[in-house]
Ligand binder design. Structure first.
Ligand code: AMP
Length: 429
């Protein structure tokens, strides 16, 4: 037999990251690290392989990701393992296994690593791709949902990616969602012949997914389908209202989109996705840069005690692809200012102030979930910022803020409306 030289190729949908692309990835990783740390998220790395059962019970046994897209293997011991298709179940497993329930809550973690899904490869869709994720476990307050959105937005903004649009929805909780689910099923059952083949399957297995079907045939039926926010219980409605208030407070552009349901089973209450607005045009739905939401039942589902949580994941390949396209050159993420916020009202006002600082191009950091001034100042010191802004209840009421020079320790009170100019003046000196 003649010897045929075989030229190996990377598996379909998987690719090499060549040296010329490495600087972009490196800058991106640096931006992730600095943004995450400035919001008080700590890095976690979990194994790429986990027990298959973790995803069946976590991501959901009827989801596309688990039924169609997982790479499964059997270890010599006979154990069924899977290459992780997403990061959250591994983080929750680690939270439980490592006893993080007894750490001060919320536990705020971030990860960055490869995920694997057996999908049909196309531009921006691979079988091995990288995700950055932010998870906050142990805090049910709407401010945490807002902070998860804010950290993602900040990262995208820091990378100079242009205008980001957030699409938001609430899909309720285990109390109110069943009623919505039933109405949706009743509605679709009578219109079975007007929907695509996949949707007939979704109607049986995963009815909420009917709402994010992209097939032309289903659009008209979908447009008149019941919507989740009409079925929210009082608690979910109040929570959603609070999240929206925080969004307004932050001056974030968002759209309410009843069709955002997310592909995974564990979401409760708030769900959202990030899109890049392309040249001021209508947002292309294929350009989702990431998404996330609340998952208040997942920790319990995986064997822990009931623990509220919220998180998001961003697609690194798409983001780095955009950075390369734009060839954005200069990144500088080290924060110069730290914002200390004491009390509920100060936290609320602080969100807006933080956003104004970012808008003005002043790299800032905060620790929204830390309550004591000592803990917050410790972080400010570690970050080596030049100035700390202190916003307590009194300052929040009076519309002022205390500015402390971290080197000299001198502190002065300034009106909030003047703080940007004051900082700029001091930076010039
Ligand atoms: P998901 O976990 O499906 O919500 O995905 C979050 C983000 O990860 C998406 O918005 C994409 O940016 C990215 N992503 C998901 N699947 C892929 C894939 N197959 N290839 C590349 N990026 C992906």
């Amino acid at each position: 037999m003649p010897k045929v030289k075989k030229i190996f190729q990377a598996p379909k949908g998987m690719h090499d990251i060549l040296p010329d692309r490495q600087p972009y990835w490196e800058k991106f990783r640096k931006a992730v690290r600095e943004t995450a740390e400035s919001f008080g998220f700590q890095r976690i790395d979990t194994p790429i392989l986990e027990e298959t059962d973790l995803f069946l019970r976590g991501t959901g046994a009827t989801t596309d990701i688990v039924t169609k897209q997982m790479y499964n293997l059997k270890a010599k011991s006979g154990h069924c393992l899977s290459l992780r298709p997403e990061g959250t179940p591994g983080v929750v497993r680690a939270y439980l296994e490592q006893g993080m329930m007894s750490w001060p809550q919320p536990v705020k973690l971030y990860y960055f690593g490869p995920m694997f899904r057996y999908e049909q490869p196309q531009a921006g869709r691979y079988r091995q791709f990288y995700q950055i994720g932010f998870e906050s476990l142990g805090d049910q307050r709407a401010v945490m949902d807002a902070q998860i959105i804010q950290v993602c937005l900040n990262l995208l903004k820091n990378l100079g990616l242009g205008k980001i649009i957030i699409q938001l929805n609430s899909i309720g909780c285990k109390i109110c969602r069943p009623t919505f689910r039933r109405s949706l099923m009743d509605y679709y059952r009578y219109r079975k012949n007007r929907i695509c083949f996949d949707c007939r399957h979704r109607l049986r297995e995963n009815p909420l997914r009917l709402l994010d079907c992209k097939d032309e045939k289903c659009q008209q039926t979908k447009a008149q389908a019941p919507i989740a926010v009409d079925y929210l219980c009082d608690e979910c409605r109040q929570h959603f209202k609070n999240v929206l208030e925080f969004m307004d407070e932050l001056g974030v552009s968002y759209f309410l989109n009843n069709n955002i349901v997310r592909g995974l089973d564990y979401y409760t209450k708030t769900v959202f996705e990030f899109f890049l607005e392309e040249g001021g045009e209508k947002i292309s739905l294929s350009s989702a840069l990431g998404g996330g939401g609340r998952y208040d039942d997942l920790v319990e589902q995986l064997g822990g005690k009931a623990t509220p949580a919220v998180g998001a994941a961003l697609g690194a390949d798409r983001i780095v692809g955009l950075i390369c396209q734009e060839d954005l050159k200069s990144f500088s993420f080290a924060p110069k200012v730290f914002l200390v916020q004491l009390g509920e009202m100060a936290k609320r006002k602080g969100l807006r102030l933080f956003e104004e600082l970012t808008e003005a191009g002043i790299k800032s950091a905060e620790a929204l979930s830390r309550d004591s001034i000592t803990a917050q100042l410790k972080i400010a010191n570690r970050l080596g910022v030049q100035f700390t802004l202190i916003l307590g209840q009194q300052e929040a009421l009076e519309g002022t803020v205390a500015i402390r020079d971290m080197q000299s320790g001198v502190q002065e009170t300034v009106r909030q409306s003047e703080i940007i100019n004051e900082l700029k003046k001091r930076f010039k000196k």
